[in-house]
Ligand binder design. Structure first.
Ligand code: NAD
Ligand code: GLY
Length: 350
């Protein structure tokens, strides 16, 4: 078992290891002495696979458990689902001393967290991430929210969890493409600022899953502690996401988020080299790493289309956009660029 403490506006522990869903009830009693009410929020897939384990553990520890389950997938990440969840919390009479338990991937965690942030002006929540992406990224750092038809994650709140339990057993049921999506985010931490992680990733993930997840969580912890509200260093987590979101949108979301981030990271690496801002050996290193984790590397779109899609994303600030550019293997930086120079910049990465 690995454990990392995050000291943000709230201090909390992230525990990583096998069997944590079964141990969670007992472990939570220190934070939330029983009796308390718990709303377990999950999607239908994860509920069927892993829900019984968590609920049995919570009930055995003395909690009164309620459930809210919605259909899996990004299409459920809506204001409508949030309203239904608020109503379920109200019907179950949860108070500010009770808590929400998010069991699932990033969709579940973001929505359960947002409902917890806003119900009764804020009640506690605990994350039980069950995808690799959710373990290494979305369950840590307190970004919560839902999508609007016009764009992803346009509503939300910063609300840090009270605890995070990454039960690595749950990775055993993840479909291969969803695991690969998480690998793109894992690799991303290496190129942001963690060359040691890149060395660890030369060996198969399955050799040291806890170590790799813990390393990513600790990398994210450092950025969240430095910049919880995402106005500076935390934006480094967007490596590959400017071009990646454009690829996702242009494909009508037929290219998954992780695949798009992989493509986007390589576009940025090559563009940075073309602009004289990155060491020349980095793109080949990154390409072989992405391929080793079964991620795509070829960008199917042209520079103009990518720039147009990227500039409609919410990260644009007035006439400029902040890019994340690698400068050498294991190091990246923020780089503001005029919006009208973006297409030419992307052209150097294709
Ligand atoms: P997801 O939650 O939709 O999960 C992907 C699929 O995997 C779902 O169909 C789910 O049912 C299934 N699944 C989950 N765990 C499983 C398991 N153990 N076994 C079998 N199937 C399982 O998607 P995701 O990739 O985990 O997260 C993506 C979401 O996270 C997006 O909405 C994104 O905006 C958000 N996100 C948030 C942050 C943040 O900081 N809050 C960061 C990154 C991404
Ligand atoms: N995944 C981006 C962030 O947490 O800031």
């Amino acid at each position: 078992m690995k454990e990392i403490t995050v000291k943000a506006s709230k201090t909390y522990r992230v525990q990583i290891g096998a069997g944590l869903l079964c141990a969670a009830g007992e472990k939570l009693r220190e934070l939330f002495p029983t009796p308390r009410r718990v709303m377990v929020v999950s999607d239908d897939t994860v509920r069927a696979l892993w829900g019984d384990r968590l609920i049995a553990s919570l009930e055995a520890a003395g909690y009164t458990v309620y459930e809210f389950v919605f259909p899996h997938g990004e299409a459920s990440k809506t204001a409508g689902t949030i309203v239904s969840l608020w109503e379920a919390l109200a019907k179950a009479n949860l108070t500010r001393t009770d808590f929400v338990a998010a069991l699932g991937g990033g969709v579940v965690g973001d929505m359960a967290g947002f409902a917890a942030a806003t119900f009764l002006r804020g009640i506690p929540f605990v994350q039980f991430p069950t995808t690799l992406l959710a373990m290494v990224d979305s369950s840590v750092g307190g970004k919560t929210g839902a999508d609007l038809a016009i764009g992803k994650n346009l509503i939300g709140a910063f609300h840090q969890p009270s605890a995070v339990f990454c039960d690595t057993d749950t990775l055993g049921t993840l479909p291969t493409p969803i695991f690969a999506d998480g690998c793109a985010e894992v690799i991303k931490y290496g190129y942001i600022n963690d060359p040691t992680l890149l060395t660890m990733l030369q060996k198969p993930f399955a050799d040291t899953p806890e170590e790799i997840i813990a390393r990513c969580v600790s990398d994210k912890r450092d950025l969240v502690e430095a910049d919880e509200r995402d106005t500076g260093a935390r934006q480094l987590l967007n490596l590959g996401h400017t071009a990646g979101h454009a690829v996702e949108a242009l494909s009508n979301f037929s290219i998954s988020h992780g695949s798009a981030v992989a493509i986007g990271m390589l576009v940025m690496a090559k563009a940075a080299v073309s602009a004289g801002l990155c060491e020349a050996d980095l793109p080949a290193h990154m390409e072989s790493m992405l391929k080793a984790y079964h991620l795509p590397t070829a960008c199917p779109y042209g520079a103009e289309a990518l720039a147009k899609a990227a500039l409609s994303d919410k990260k644009r600030k007035g006439g400029s956009i902040t890019l994340v550019l690698p400068d050498k293997i294991g190091s990246s930086r923020l780089y503001p660029l005029a919006a009208d120079a973006l297409a030419a910049f992307f052209a150097g990465g294709l």
